[in-house]
Design a protein around this ligand. Structure first.
Ligand SMILES: Nc1ncnc2c1ncn2[C@@H]1O[C@H](COP(=O)(O)OP(=O)(O)OP(=O)(O)O)[C@@H](O)[C@H]1O
Ligand SMILES: [Mg+2]
Length: 154
């Protein structure tokens, strides 16, 4: 499935994040991975912040650029941990694996957002959801969602 949404302000970003979170398949048996791509300043971190807020993350989510991985506890009944990864400065897939990537994927309570996922594409699970951010103008962004189709197991 492909769908494009135009986001013009914070309120629309909150709405998009809320609708996105409610669309997730909560019966998934592995972690839920959301690959975020798009140029610098296109809104990836802003989107993760909006999701964190809705999920009841108490801490302030800032860009993990210098940390690579930051983990937050949520108040959601299924997604207990929100992991925020920024692959911009990762040298390789190996580096992400060294952070415990495989173990993270094995736990269905994990909701994992990966900024610059294109940098580590090879180890992103096939069932990941992709969000592609585009700068339209100073205040407007477009977000294209590409979800694995329900028949992908055929
Ligand atoms: N409609 C909008 N949606 C999202 N962000 C917007 C919008 N309009 C303006 N902005 C601003 O654009 C900036 C987006 O920055 P953000 O850190 O989310 O980008 P990013 O994609 O994470 O970049 P990076 O690749 O550097 O991590 C913020 O300063 C935000 O306030
Ligand atoms: Mg960012």
């Amino acid at each position: 499935m492909r769908a494009e949404t135009i986001v013009r302000n914070n309120e629309e970003m909150r709405r998009f994040a809320g609708e996105f979170l409610s669309s997730l398949d909560q019966s998934a048996e592995r972690a839920t991975v959301i690959c975020l791509n798009g140029e610098l300043g296109s809104g990836k971190t802003t989107f993760v912040k909006a999701c964190a807020k809705i999920l009841g993350v108490a801490e302030n989510v800032i860009s993990p650029t210098f940390l690579i991985l930051k983990t937050f506890a949520t108040k959601h009944k299924k997604y207990k941990l929100l992991h925020h990864i920024d692959a911009y400065r990762l040298i390789s897939e190996k580096e992400l694996e060294a952070l415990g990537w495989r173990e993270m994927l094995d736990d269905s309570r994990n909701l994992i957002f990966v900024e610059w996922a294109s940098e580590v594409r090879k180890i992103m699970p096939e069932e990941s959801i992709e969000l592609n951010f585009k700068f339209i103008d100073e205040e407007t962004r477009s977000i294209e969602e590409i979800s694995p189709s329900s028949s992908s197991g055929w």
